[in-house]
Design a protein around this ligand. Structure first.
Ligand SMILES: NC(=O)C1=CN([C@@H]2O[C@H](COP(=O)(O)OP(=O)(O)OC[C@H]3O[C@@H](n4cnc5c(N)ncnc54)[C@H](O)[C@@H]3O)[C@@H](O)[C@H]2O)C=CC1
Ligand SMILES: CC(=O)C(=O)O
Length: 370
């Protein structure tokens, strides 16, 4: 019988879990054995009793990691590297461009790792990243608004201003799932929003939904140089799938921002797109440089684990069913988008963007699977 293991997340401040009790019931009904580490769902509001009632077996971390398919939320932490092995299929967010040491551990162990964030449909969309990006984008506007308040270290600007007083100026780099959601929440707060993307087609597709003081602009380095110094809130949200985020904002530009302004670099999980950001945690989310508060939490959706867990499992469960039920080779035939999810297979890197970031030569995923 195929077994699926769900370890508790141990990344700092991560409270999400990779399966819900409803998801467990679906897998068990398909004849699969589901092992949940005891306590794994508590932070997201799912009790051990609820998982057991759905048919899961409550186990230790080692037993959860011992399953054929291990599903997680975040990349394995160094304490978990010892659980990696060559007959394991790991399905989780990996972001190997930002965490090369995780890539090395997966390659050394020969683990087959399928990264949620690089599963890509034919139209270029990223179905397993999109829900978390939607959440992180919405949070970015909320967090930015909060940090702009004086008691939270900000310059004391209200997002929507008030009658006769200007609103906050928000500049969003990247108009994908994160950027669009950040921009539309900021616009709904009545801020003045500039949404930049290198793709005019992407901006055009958003045109009909644009509301409030939201201006969309085709990105260029000159435009960024003009806009950033006057931004009260700068949000980084660009991505090239699998690759390291490009640095779009140099330190000299951040230096020109007003003291108390805020940077939220959501793209930090791919290395960040603002030169001065470095990864922070929910416990200690802000570092201040040149008088500008930087928020760059690599697992922002972990702040709302109930919403995020439900949203994540709603998109990952169909893939778990096919991977555990029919094996990886049949799964990629049935769901070809899984091929781009393959980051490492038996000691080789299979995704070109990840390979570039790790400075290794990629192998074709089908060749690796054979
Ligand atoms: N910190 C966190 O907790 C989370 C971080 N993320 C990250 O946020 C980032 C954005 O994700 P999504 O919005 O889902 O990606 P997406 O693929 O939907 O959008 C990225 C956008 O960036 C644009 N872009 C790429 N290079 C550009 C450039 N040089 N100049 C201007 N625009 C450029 C693309 O045209 C695209 O529209 C990713 O790194 C993702 O992993 C997502 C969720 C949570
Ligand atoms: C996308 C991602 O890495 C996260 O939600 O934590």
């Amino acid at each position: 019988m195929a077994s699926i293991g769900v370890p508790a997340e141990i990344k700092r401040d991560e409270q999400r879990v990779a399966l819900t009790p409803d998801g467990v019931a679906d897998l068990v009904n398909q004849g699969m054995e589901v092992r949940i580490q005891a306590g794994a769902g508590l932070g997201a509001g799912f009790s051990d009793a609820a998982f057991a009632a759905a048919g899961a077996r409550l186990v230790s971390a080692a037993e959860a990691w011992g399953a054929h398919l291990v599903v997680k939320v975040k990349e394995p932490q160094p304490e978990e590297f010892g659980f990696l092995r060559s007959d394991l299929v790991l399905f989780t967010y990996l972001h190997l461009a930002a965490y090369p040491e995780v890539g090395r551990a997966l390659l050394e162990a020969g683990t087959t790792a399928v990264a949620y964030e690089t599963v890509q449909l034919e139209d270029g969309s990223l179905p397993l990243l999109a829900p978390m990006s939607e959440i992180a984008g919405r949070l970015a506007a909320q967090v930015g608004a909060h940090l702009l308040e004086r008691p939270h270290g900000g310059r004391g600007i209200l997002m929507g201003g008030c009658t006769g007083v200007r609103p906050a100026r928000v500049v969003v780099l990247g108009a994908g799932s994160v950027g669009w959601n950040a921009a539309r929440i900021a616009a709904a707060m009545d801020a003045e929003v500039f949404l930049l993307d290198r793709s005019p087609e992407r901006l055009r597709s958003l045109e009909a939904h644009r509301r409030g003081r939201l201006v969309s602009l085709v990105s260029s380095s000159s435009l960024i140089e003009r806009l950033v110094p006057s931004a009260d809130l700068l949000i980084g949200a660009v991505l090239t799938a699998g690759g390291r985020a490009p640095t779009l904002v140099a330190e000299s530009l951040v230096q020109q921002m007003q003291p108390g302004s805020v940077v939220v670099d959501v793209a930090i999980d791919q290395g960040g797109c603002i030169a001065t950001s470095r990864e922070t945690t929910h416990t200690d989310p802000v570092h201040t440089l040149h008088g500008v508060q930087h928020y760059a939490v690599g697992n922002m959706p972990g702040a709302v684990p109930f919403t995020s867990t439900e949203a994540l499992v709603s998109v990952t469960l169909p893939y778990m069913l096919v991977m555990a039920g029919r094996g990886l080779v049949e799964a990629v035939t049935d769901r070809p988008e899984l091929l781009s999810g393959l980051n490492t297979v038996h000691g080789a890197v299979c995704h070109p963007g990840v390979a570039r970031a790790l400075d290794v030569t990629p192998r074709h995923p089908m060749a690796c699977l054979r």
